[in-house]
Design a protein around this ligand. Structure first.
Ligand SMILES: [Zn+2]
Length: 124
């Protein structure tokens, strides 16, 4: 499940599908590899005690409350690896919503974030 936005592609990785994503990543699928990498980065940040909130509500994650899905933003650029994939967590409650709703929330949150890097060299 994916959709296009202006500057990045958004993917939804649900926990039950995680093995599938891992298998794809191991088979050399670049998108799957970046998604899995971004998700594991987020999990590490949570385990290190960093404050990470659900993308869709105010639930904060910790070792007992882990994301049940990841929204991964991949920049549309050749050197996507350098720019970096960015994963956001979704809590169990918000996971009950459908894919489209979650992806919309992820994009909205990303657009509103003051810390998100602004791309000045848009692809025309
Ligand atoms: Zn939530």
């Amino acid at each position: 499940m994916d959709m296009d936005s202006e500057e990045c592609r958004v993917y939804l990785v649900r926990r039950p599908d995680q093995r599938e994503w891992l298998a794809k990543a191991n088979a050399g699928d670049e998108v799957a590899r970046l998604c899995v990498w971004a998700a594991s980065n987020l999990m590490r940040a949570i385990s290190q005690g960093r404050l990470v909130r659900c993308t869709c509500c105010e639930t904060s994650f910790n070792s007992a409350v882990v994301p049940q899905a990841f929204i991964v933003l991949l920049p549309i650029k050749r050197d996507a690896e350098k720019v970096g994939a960015h994963a956001m967590g979704v809590c169990a409650e918000c996971c009950k919503k459908d894919d489209q709703w979650l992806l919309d929330q992820g994009l909205k949150r990303e657009t509103l974030s003051p810390n998100s890097p602004q791309s000045h060299d848009k692809i025309h």
